[in-house]
Design a binder for this molecule. Structure first.
Ligand code: GNR
Ligand code: NI
Length: 167
């Protein structure tokens, strides 16, 4: 297992649309394990392959308090979304900035597991928020894209000032 480098805003590679995984093989399982290690180390509740510069549709999530419920979602699809809720979001690729985002509150999701088997589940609460946040990453989208233009521009100025200083 190894820890991977997390791309940071405004890196244009975060805008790449990830390709579906064709075969869930040892390479994909090793990627998922490295992503889990990277997520736990960060620490974060989710990570999309896009964030580690791999443009394939792989997501890892653990929203448990004990950090002992790793989930691997390959080719995740949101089949149904209902309701809306607003909550505070942050992102490992957008360090130092948090803001309120509106998301669906309930999801029906289908994905492949680490053996390539299809499974479905219902998500609400933090899990639903996280699934939507990670699927956005696979589509080249960031939570900042859900903010008003004014807020997005303010965030951009703050974040690019920050990365000029740490570059
Ligand atoms: O660790 C994370 N926390 C979080 C909090 C609220 C909404 C979404 C997230 S996901 C984030 C990790 C991350 O950037 N995943 O892409
Ligand atoms: Ni993120």
């Amino acid at each position: 297992m190894s820890k991977l480098n997390i791309l940071q805003y405004p890196d244009s590679r975060l805008r790449t649309v990830a390709q579906p995984v064709k075969v869930v093989d040892d390479r994909i399982r090793a990627l998922a394990d490295d992503m889990l290690e990277t997520m736990y180390d960060a620490p974060g509740i989710g990570l999309a392959a896009t964030q580690v510069d791999v443009h394939e549709r792989v997501v890892v999530i653990d929203v448990s308090d004990e950090r002992n419920e790793p989930r691997v979602l390959i080719n995740p699809e949101i089949l149904k979304a209902e309701g809306t809720e607003r909550s505070q979001e942050g992102c490992l690729s957008v360090p130092g900035y948090q803001d309120t985002v509106e998301r669906a509150e309930w999801l029906h999701v289908r994905a492949l597991d680490r053996h390539g088997a299809s499974f479905e589940f219902e998500a609400h609460g933090l899990l639903a928020i996280c699934v939507q946040h990670e699927v956005d990453h696979l589509n080249g989208k960031l939570f900042l894209d859900h903010l008003s233009e004014l807020k997005r521009k303010r965030a951009h100025r703050k974040l690019t000032k920050q990365s000029r200083l740490t570059a």
